[in-house]
Design a protein around this ligand. Structure first.
Ligand code: ADP
Ligand code: GLC
Length: 481
């Protein structure tokens, strides 16, 4: 039996700001349980729903030194859906109504979490062969593990894996402050370790010290070796390319299943979608105050509203896209004010045709995945992307830019060979995107049988965790042999 401990800053169903939570909450369920015992350690945020907080069982407490402070660490556990979760408690660091605040607070919060998580492992009674860290919030863990903990008998054989879910966020802060907070001395803050461009960089530390690095698609693993996607760390990524692999994300096929989903009006499957799926569209049109008509081409966007997601392209051609009444756009998302207001504006301008839902809602997200005909995701960069996988599963045809995981998971429609699961465009160009949308709309209205075959193939594509979980299993085995 191999023991694996995920350490992460978010996981469903406890706390989620994006795809990281989907991955850390669902992947552990899909390992071969006879051979891999995979558990998850998270912060015990006050923002976690009461219902879950009340179910957590207290294991014990101790204290650790962080900067000049001596800090309380509580340890709790809970079983959820066949997976054991551990929670690190400290009400000073994990207060507030969301997991992240300003970067200054977060830098200290996640130094605390990293040190506390490693220190708490012996108390769990679970001895991991591998700690698997996710994104910059856990970047210090491989550093602390190798430099501070591995002298101890308990820790000395533990390997570390660092997964990059998004290279854009690195946990960068003033070097001197980080030195104080982490208790790491000058020798760690050099260019070959935690320093980058004059600042301290948590993710860089993780990438230098981890035994192995993964990221969430093959294409992104290649892209981040280049300056355009490398976010200043492409040199390091190249240097470590022998210990780097892309493993594409899956989604939770139990949670995202149009046949059993209780959040949608009408369940359907690959056999009966032609007769049933549109009922979800009509229901959503009514719910959101859009013009009702089952023939309308409805396009969805469920997204963090940030530059990463290609929304400036959408903004640029919004008028051209929405000026005819044969298209409807349903948006669900929060993020940069500029984009929130842009969509609010267009909802006002194209009333009945555009619906801007500027909030977070699991329920509405499922309704959109089920109701829409197409899903627009024109990202500037996309390490993997889960929304397009959810769309595929619900037979909602993705329209994507060919980058990162979007390129690896959506096969562009080929009208001559009648293949493909979606529509795509290559360059970061608003009119290329518009062309792809208009081409999709054309096929939807004029070649319905072809369209339905695309939907059919989309629903058949397998992005459950079955394949990728086996790849992680092999990685853990190779690392610990
Ligand atoms: P990222 O992690 O970069 O935000 P992903 O596509 O990997 O992008 O994952 C996004 C996840 O967040 C999906 O589960 C998507 O449904 C969800 N999501 C994003 N915005 C919202 C929202 N406003 N309401 C509900 N779910 C959302
Ligand atoms: C990040 C990426 C997204 C990916 C997710 C889960 O948030 O932006 O592309 O799907 O992590 O790995």
């Amino acid at each position: 039996m191999k023991n694996i401990l995920f350490i992460a800053s978010e996981a469903v169903p406890f706390i989620k700001t994006g795809g990281l939570a989907d991955v850390c909450g669902s992947l552990p369920k899909y390992f071969n349980k006879d051979e891999y015992d995979v558990r998850v350690m998270l912060p015990k945020y006050l923002a976690i729903n009461e219902k879950y907080r009340n179910e957590m069982r207290y294991i014990g407490n101790f204290s650790i030194d962080l900067a000049w402070r001596n800090q309380y660490v509580g340890l709790f556990e809970m079983d959820y859906d066949g997976v054991k979760f551990y929670f690190i408690d400290n009400e000073y660091y994990f207060a507030g109504n969301k997991p992240y605040g300003n970067i200054y607070e977060d830098i200290e919060k996640f130094a605390f979490f990293s040190k506390a998580a490693l220190s708490a492992i012996p108390l769990t009674g679970f001895k991991p062969d591998v700690v698997h860290c996710h994104d910059w919030q856990t970047g210090l863990i491989p550093v602390y593990l190798k430099e501070r903990f591995s002298q101890g008998e308990f820790y000395k054989d533990i390997k570390s894996v660092m997964t990059i879910h998004n290279l854009k966020f690195q946990g960068v802060w003033d070097l001197k402050a980080v030195k104080d907070i982490t208790g790491l001395d000058d020798s760690y803050f050099t260019q070959d370790k935690l320093e980058a461009y004059g600042d301290a960089n948590y993710l860089k530390g993780g990438l230098v010290y981890a035994d192995y690095i993964t990221t969430v698609s093959d294409s992104y693993a290649q892209e981040i070796k280049m300056p355009f996607y490398g976010e200043g760390l492409d040199g390091l990524i190249n240097a470590r390319s022998n210990s780097l692999m892309g493993i594409v994300n899956g989604i939770d096929y139990d949670e995202y299943n149009p046949e059993t989903d209780t959040r949608i009006l009408k369940n359907y499957n690959q056999i009966n979608f032609r007769k049933e799926k549109y009922k979800n569209k009509v229901a959503l049109q009514k719910e959101l105050g859009l013009e009702v008509g089952k023939e309308k081409f409805m396009v969805g966007i469920v997204s963090r509203l940030t530059d990463q997601k290609g929304l400036d392209l959408v903004q640029y051609v919004m008028d051209e896209m929405c000026c005819h009444d044969d298209i409807q756009l349903v948006v669900l998302g929060t993020g940069e004010e500029r984009y929130e207001n842009m969509f609010r504006h267009f909802e006002w301008k194209y009333n009945g045709r555009v619906s801007a839902n500027i909030f977070y809602s699991e329920d509405l997200s499922h309704k959109i995945y089920a109701a829409c005909d197409a899903f627009l995701m024109p990202s500037l960069f996309e390490p993997c992307g889960l929304s397009q996988l959810m769309s595929l599963r619900y037979g909602t045809v993705p329209i994507v830019r060919e980058t990162g995981g979007l390129r690896d998971t959506v096969e562009p429609y080929n009208e001559y060979e009648s293949t493909g699961t979606g529509f795509s465009f290559a360059n970061y160009n608003a009119h290329e995107m518009l062309n792809a949308v208009q081409y999709a709309k054309y096929v939807f209205y004029n070649k319905k049988r072809e369209w339905n075959k695309i939907v059919d193939r989309a629903m058949l594509a397998d992005f459950s965790w079955n394949v990728s979980a086996r790849k992680y299993e092999n990685l853990y085995s190779n690392l610990t042999e």
